[in-house]
Ligand binder design. Structure first.
Ligand code: PGA
Ligand code: ZN
Length: 434
């Protein structure tokens, strides 16, 4: 009775006001479940293809009516009668039906909508929450969040080249306490910015997005905010960065077009990060410090800094098991960012997480800069037990929805809930040799 009976798709808006897909699956027994698909801005070149209509008369070409019709037409015909509990089988069928390596024919947005709706439908059918059914042995581990409290790069109209400056409350005893400390720090940061006469308007992921003097100033401001909120930088709360360096890499150089217009070679870039780590030992994680096309740069930074901090690959690995396994062989990074829509199915996403675990790599579950109120990644982080999630700042409804979902899960799990916090942080630190 858990056979798929019907698929419906709807063109909805994401948090940036761009169209995206909601997919509703109905099972033969009447159970229905909906998944909503996110969308990135600083995307990796090898991400699965998000199918957009290209019809300039609608949403500037960004409509998703084609993807919608694929869900309700070809995909529905191919999966009707299929058991929603067989996630692997369903995802395999979806990939085969598409037939391209990048899911470009039917669209990764269409495919992920169906794949994720099936996860939800199966959970609902079994009368269980999603975190209890996504993997065979769910971990009950509440992740340490990374809250992107200062936005730059492609996510903000400011003069900061680096995209994300995150606070991570590793030293708090539980997820709810960690979230409280983070929200308090977010408010303290607002006050710090206000005192300096800086704007407190927010960027795409809910972090402040002021005009600043340098790419380094955000770190200073955040350290001050942590202290003003009554926490110890480096102990209670650490800092994570995502420069999203692919966005400012041009013909072999890193160009700070938004700030001081300087140009840096890959070697100089590594040296810059190294000097930051010396100056700011509170920085513990660096994502996309080098550009996805700068393979040699990635190898160099891993050699130079991989023993000190977490180096997360996002644009270069694109949650693709095949690409990630090559990266592991080449000695690149020591952690991976996990985004469901970079690859397009739940199964391949779980495969990447498993691959990270088997190879001693960290895994950070992540939202996209274009989001909806879908909270699947909160359940994914708990079930897969990766111990880390980044899903924006302490404001904007689409970000808060995920944190609030984690609070609900924490309450539901009761005494079984564990918080990754400092233990995951220390375990990772040990793994990278710091
Ligand atoms: P994106 O940004 O969703 O715009 O790709 C998030 C990230 O780079 O981690
Ligand atoms: Zn990133």
């Amino acid at each position: 009775m858990s056979e798929i009976a019907k698929l419906q798709a709807l063109e909805i808006l994401d948090s940036r006001g761009n169209p995206t897909l909601a997919v509703t699956m109905t099972l033969a027994n009447g159970v229905t479940a909906t998944a909503k698909v996110p969308s990135g801005a600083s995307t990796g070149n090898r991400e699965a293809v998000e199918l957009r209509d290209g019809d300039k008369s609608r949403y500037g070409g960004k409509g998703v009516l084609k993807a919608m019709s694929h869900v309700e037409g070809e995909i529905q015909n191919a999966v009707r009668g299929f058991d929603a509990n067989d996630q692997k089988g369903l995802d395999k069928r979806l990939c085969e039906l598409d037939g391209t390596p990048d899911k470009g024919r039917l669209g990764a947005n269409a495919i992920l909508g169906v794949s994720l709706a099936a996860s939800h439908a199966a959970a609902k059918d079994g009368g269980l929450p999603l975190y209890a059914t996504l993997v065979d042995k769910p971990a009950n581990l509440l992740p340490t969040p990374g809250l992107n409290v200062l936005n730059g790069g492609k996510h903000a109209d400011s003069n900061v080249d680096f995209q994300e400056f995150m606070i991570s409350p590793v030293g708090l005893p539980s997820f709810s306490e960690a979230l409280r400390a983070s929200a308090e720090t977010f408010h303290a940061l607002k006050a710090v910015l206000g005192r300096k006469g800086y704007s407190t308007g927010v960027g795409d992921e809910g972090g402040f997005a002021p005009q600043l003097k340098s790419n380094e100033e955000p770190v200073e401001l955040i350290l001050e905010a942590i202290q003003r909120a009554g926490y110890k930088p480096g102990k209670d709360i650490v800092i994570m960065l995502d420069p999203a360096a692919s966005e400012f890499f041009d013909e072999g150089s890193y160009v700070f077009a938004k700030s001081d217009k300087s140009k840096k070679s890959p070697t100089e870039m590594v040296a810059l990060y190294k000097s930051w780590l010396q100056k700011y030992p509170e920085i513990w994680s660096l994502e996309d410090g080098m550009a996805e096309d700068d393979h040699a740069g990635w190898q160099a930074i891993t050699k130079e800094l991989g023993g000190q901090i977490q180096l997360v690959g996002d644009d270069n690995f694109v949650t693709n098991p095949e690409i990630f396994s090559k990266g592991i062989k080449d000695g690149i990074a020591n952690a991976i960012l996990i985004k469901l829509n970079q690859i397009g199915t739940v199964t391949e996403t779980l495969d990447c997480i498993q691959m990270a675990r088997m190879n001693g790599y960290g895994a950070v579950i992540s939202h996209r800069s274009g989001e909806t109120d879908d909270t699947s990644i909160a359940d994914l982080a708990v079930a897969a037990g990766t111990g880390q999630i980044k899903t924006g700042s302490a404001c904007r409804g689409e970000r808060i929805a995920k944190y609030n979902r984690l609070l609900e899960i924490e309450r539901e799990l009761g005494s079984k809930a564990r918080y990754a916090g400092v233990s995951a942080y220390e375990r990772r630190k040990k793994a990278v040799g710091a």
